[in-house]
Design a protein around this ligand. Structure first.
Ligand code: FES
Length: 253
């Protein structure tokens, strides 16, 4: 029950700044991801075998043959659709249902509520008990799908070392490191490791895993942002090298 005050909030600090910054950040990244998705180009550097994570795995007929590490298993997509549309629902599903991002966009976009002790504009609150928000419970299944895609990204990153070592290799490696840390720090992952146990003492391995994941889990918000931003940095680097705008800095050929 809300206190009976006429004002929307009694807070006098700049409480609107974090939700505004979150909204701006998510909007910018969404625009970048949409542009790159529908560009359908500059996602593969043949010379150094760099594949941007945004196009991995590349599974359709329009994929460049060498970029399709697992074969072009699917037919050509109709119209303006490009290969990432196959994987984006899973990656987006994982991020959108993530516990941290839920907090972020519930505050920043839906203002439900925008900040602590600031009234929300909505008259009714049903939480995540009804459609469509009840679908947030699918997070664990998106976690499984994202984990599989992460393994493919790890494969891509190591595959690129077969031509030598360049800055692109380091970028791809840092990218999978951040993605792995974000995925492992997931609340569902923590529950899979140590949930539903009555006695940790009888499950030492799961207890150990749960303890390690819990440490990462405490940094989930930071990892969510770092991994999201770095996917864009990685994609941009690959796009710039692939388009010939910059040359890859080579350490070992
Ligand atoms: Fe954020 Fe699972 S809770 S990825």
């Amino acid at each position: 029950m809300r206190a009976q005050i006429a004002q929307r909030t009694l807070r006098t600090d700049r409480w609107w700044l974090p939700p505004l910054a979150t909204f701006a950040g998510l909007l910018l990244i969404s625009i970048y991801a949409a542009v790159r998705t529908f560009m359908g180009d500059h996602y593969w550097v043949d010379e150094y075998r760099y594949l941007t994570p945004m196009y991995s795995p590349c599974l359709t007929e329009e994929c460049l043959p060498n970029a399709a590490h697992f074969g072009r298993l699917l037919p050509e997509l109709p119209g303006f659709l490009t290969p990432p549309v196959i994987i984006i629902p899973f990656l987006l599903g994982f991020r959108v249902t993530c516990y941290y991002y839920r907090k972020a966009y519930y505050r920043a976009a839906w203002m439900s509520p925008p900040a602590c002790a600031v009234a929300e504009p909505h008259a009714k609150y049903t939480g995540e008990t009804r459609f469509p928000l009840i679908a947030q419970n699918l997070h664990r299944y998106f976690f499984y799908a994202a984990s599989l895609l992460l393994l493919i990204n790890v494969y891509d990153a190591f595959y690129a070392f077969s031509t030598g070592i360049g800055l692109g290799n380091i970028v791809l490696l840092v990218n999978v490191g951040l993605l792995a840390a974000y995925t492992l720090s997931c609340h569902s992952c923590r529950h899979i490791a140590g949930g539903r146990l009555k006695h940790f003492s009888k499950h030492p391995v799961r207890y150990w895993a749960w303890t390690q994941i819990s440490k990462l889990n405490a940094k989930h918000m930071q990892l969510a942002w770092a991994s999201l931003i770095f996917v864009c940095v990685t994609d941009l680097y690959v796009a710039l090298v692939a388009s010939g705008t910059i040359a890859d800095l080579r350490f070992v050929n």
